[in-house]
Design a protein around this ligand. Structure first.
Ligand code: HEM
Length: 418
């Protein structure tokens, strides 16, 4: 195939249509076809500039690690062109770590990095343990009948990230609503009274801006030992961050920190509920915990995609891509690539090398919070496994309609305890 092939393959729609992700079986069946037949697929749609969807593990891995030839830009997150123009015209265009490159990225990432290094995360083990205990107790108090996603996974992961952030417990519902406004804007459940996802997004960004501006003023006046203070007082190249950079720094840490991890936990639990043999395997083999957590993250791949821009022509899986074009890295597809994982459509807690998954990306932008995410799952999972005697679905699970961050948003379960 060459770049002159211009016919648009309708299967590329799975990368942009939020609803396509809600039907995981269909989504993965199409992605598997693409990995075989068109592993680097050029796609475009009305109001979405062309991109090349990269679906094989080897290509996603290679592009992620080559930060010289594949750059991030202000359009690193897939969205409608008109929405981006509109948001930019309001002066609130995204400027997170994900939207930066090179020196600018390194100095901004360096600000929060110490909070996310393994020793700093390990130092929080006692706090994470106590939050996990609280939610296992809550599960028991609900008599095991609950929406595991909304009642346990979401508030647990939110509480953990907010505890390092320094946001008080009473503000957690606000943070949750704001995150859903950013990540779930396309999902009808999160639209509320608004008919238009862009309106929800703009409202949400403005609300985040107000909230975080107040937090910044507070922390500059009375610094504390928390991440909010680091961001509020952070200097890059000797200058304070401007309001937009500060807003977006808060936003990425606040949002990326819990929705992703809660989808991994809820989706991992869904896999165990659907596969009692896997539940029993894990309950009988605690040494599988680390591998099982990575398998849950591979299985759920909560971040659907990021974009990279080519500085010069490149060839991926035999396809020539011109300089200036953009590639979409499909993490869920790469994580089901049969070239790397045997029987990738099967959840297997004892899968050899589950840690080859690429759900956290790679290279300079490798997920800043991966150590936290893994530790959160590794902490609550054994407590849940020790508590649960039996667990069944108590209704049909429902998946979020989201093409950026998503997963199972309602997981009705009925459990009995030991
Ligand atoms: C299972 C949970 C999570 C998954 C699957 C996930 C996935 C990702 C992915 C795919 C990227 C982009 C990597 C790339 O472009 O190569 C990323 C970046 C990032 N993640 Fe996570 N993430 C998770 C949890 C977290 C947590 C708990 C935090 C904590 C705050 C976090 C904060 C960030 C930040 C700040 C970035 C931007 C890093 C940069 O551009 O330098 N993530 N994550």
């Amino acid at each position: 195939m060459t770049t002159t092939d211009t016919a648009i393959d309708p299967r590329g729609e799975i990368f942009i249509d939020p609803a396509a992700y809600a039907d995981q079986e269909r989504w993965h069946a199409i992605a598997a076809e693409l990995r075989d037949e068109a592993p680097v697929l050029r796609y475009e749609a009305p109001d979405i500039s062309p991109f090349w969807a990269v679906t094989r593990h080897a290509d996603v891995f290679r592009v992620s690690r080559d930060n010289e030839h594949f750059l991030n830009t202000r359009n690193s997150v897939l969205g409608n062109d008109s929405a981006m123009e509109f948001i930019s015209s309001l002066g609130i265009e995204p400027k997170t770590l994900i939207h930066m490159d090179g020196h600018e990225h390194a100095v901004h990432r360096g600000l929060a990095n110490p909070y996310f290094r393994p020793p700093a995360v390990a130092a929080r083990q006692a706090a994470i343990d106590s939050i996990a205990d609280e939610f296992v107790t809550k599960f028991r108090e609900l008599d095991g009948r609950c929406d595991f996603a909304q009642d346990i996974a979401v508030p647990y992961t939110l509480r953990v990230i907010m505890s390092i952030f320094g946001v008080p417990v009473e503000d957690e519902p606000t943070m949750l609503r704001l995150t859903q406004g950013i990540f779930g804007a396309a999902d009808p459940e999160y639209l509320g009274d608004l008919a238009d996802p862009v309106a929800l997004l703009v409202d949400t960004i403005q609300e985040f801006d107000d909230y975080f501006e107040r937090l910044s003023v507070e922390r500059r006046a009375r610094p504390q030992d928390d991440l909010a203070t680091v961001i509020a007082t952070g200097q890059v190249d000797g200058c304070p961050m401007d309001r937009n950079a500060t807003l977006w720094y808060y936003t990425i840490v606040a949002t990326a920190g819990h929705d992703t991890t809660s989808y991994a936990l809820a989706g991992g639990m869904e896999a165990l509920v659907r596969r009692p043999d896997q539940l029993a395997l894990l309950q009988g083999s605690p040494d599988l915990l680390f591998n099982a957590v990575d398998e849950m993250i591979r299985w759920t791949s909560p971040v659907r995609a990021f974009l990279r821009y080519l500085t010069e022509p490149a060839e991926l899986s035999g396809v020539e891509i011109p300089a200036g074009e953009r590639v979409l890295l499909s993490y869920p597809s790469a994580n089901r690539d049969e070239r790397v994982f045997d029987e990738p459509m099967t959840f297997a807690a004892d899968r050899p090398h589950a840690n080859r998954m690429v759900a956290f990306g790679g290279g300079e932008h490798f997920c800043l919070g991966s150590t936290f995410a893994r530790r959160e799952l590794r902490t609550i999972l054994p407590k849940l496994l020790a508590a649960i005697d039996t667990i069944h679905l108590d209704g049909e699970p429902e998946w979020a309609q989201a093409n950026f961050v998503g997963g199972v948003k309602h997981l009705p379960v009925d459990a009995t305890f030991r």
